[in-house]
Design a protein around this ligand. Structure first.
Ligand code: IPD
Ligand code: CA
Ligand code: CA
Length: 251
């Protein structure tokens, strides 16, 4: 199933390149978030392949909802994570595939089509980045840490600025190399913390197995390893306590 998930993410991700940096119409969904033909095409293609291969499995996708809701195995899809990056021609968008079994995240794949980077993991099978084992950083001091977020706007609107300010004041560098790309940077030791105040299940499902299997953590702001809390952060075990204690300022 991990092999199949990597095939799906890579092939669907490559399809999005047909529309990348081209004139593509941007529509607004009910929640005012943007969507394009590339998001829809990629998700439709992935769903079709899963339905052929595993007709009894469940599917949850950002653009086309839930299929086979009662199934204990669920494929959770975000065809383009970082639609805003995609729309603006920034190559840091990704295709995400997660698999849960009885609600537990077991498989995760992040594929960045424009940079051809693939990060994959299954619980107990390790994590790999472009075919090589990958690992989170060993940074333990905030003054040496690279801190990532997608933007400041959501941090402020979610009332998390006081907590994030503690991290910002202490870190070596803050950059908005965000969305799932930021979590992949943490899983590969290229950044130390990715802070994500608003996450749907399709944003988070692929992340947890990848971070755990690369020796790190993906936690919600209460410190639970969960994909359905609506928010989360990735880091190594040493810095996890620093992030959680920063969160005390908004509890
Ligand atoms: C967004 C990204 C981002 C998260 C947002 C999502 P999209 O996804 O996952 O990291 O903070 O809440 O909407 O819309 O680009 O797939
Ligand atoms: Ca997303
Ligand atoms: Ca998306």
């Amino acid at each position: 199933m991990l092999q199949f998930a990597t095939y799906l993410a890579r092939a669907a991700g490559k399809k999005t390149l047909n529309h990348f940096r081209k004139k593509v119409e941007v529509e607004r969904k009910g929640d005012d978030s943007p969507v394009t033909v590339a998001d829809r095409e990629a998700e439709e293609w992935i769903r079709g392949r899963i339905e052929e291969q595993y007709p009894d499995h469940g599917i949850v996708g950002e653009e086309f909802g839930t299929h086979n809701e009662a199934s204990s195995i669920r494929w959770i899809i975000d065809p383009i994570d970082g639609t805003l990056s995609f729309i603006h021609g920034i190559p840091l968008y990704t295709t995400l595939i997660g698999v849960t079994v009885d609600g537990e995240p077991e498989i995760g794949v992040i594929y960045a089509p424009a940079t051809d980077e693939l990060c994959e993991a299954a619980i107990g099978l390790g994590a790999r980045y472009n075919g090589q084992d990958c690992r989170v950083s060993e940074t333990s001091l905030m003054r040496k840490a690279v801190l990532l977020s997608t933007d400041m706007t959501t941090i402020i609107s979610e009332g998390l600025e006081p907590a994030f300010r503690v991290l910002l004041d202490e870190c070596r560098l803050h950059r908005t190399w965000g969305d799932a790309y930021g979590h992949m940077m943490v899983a590969t030791g290229r950044a130390d913390i990715m802070f994500d105040p608003v996450l749907n299940i399709w944003d988070a499902a692929a992340l947890l197995p990848i971070l755990q299997e690369s020796g790190g953590v993906f936690l919600d702001f209460a410190g639970h390893a969960a994909i359905d809390s609506g928010h989360g952060f990735s880091t190594n075990e040493k810095l996890a306590t620093v992030v959680l204690s920063a969160m005390d300022s908004v509890r």
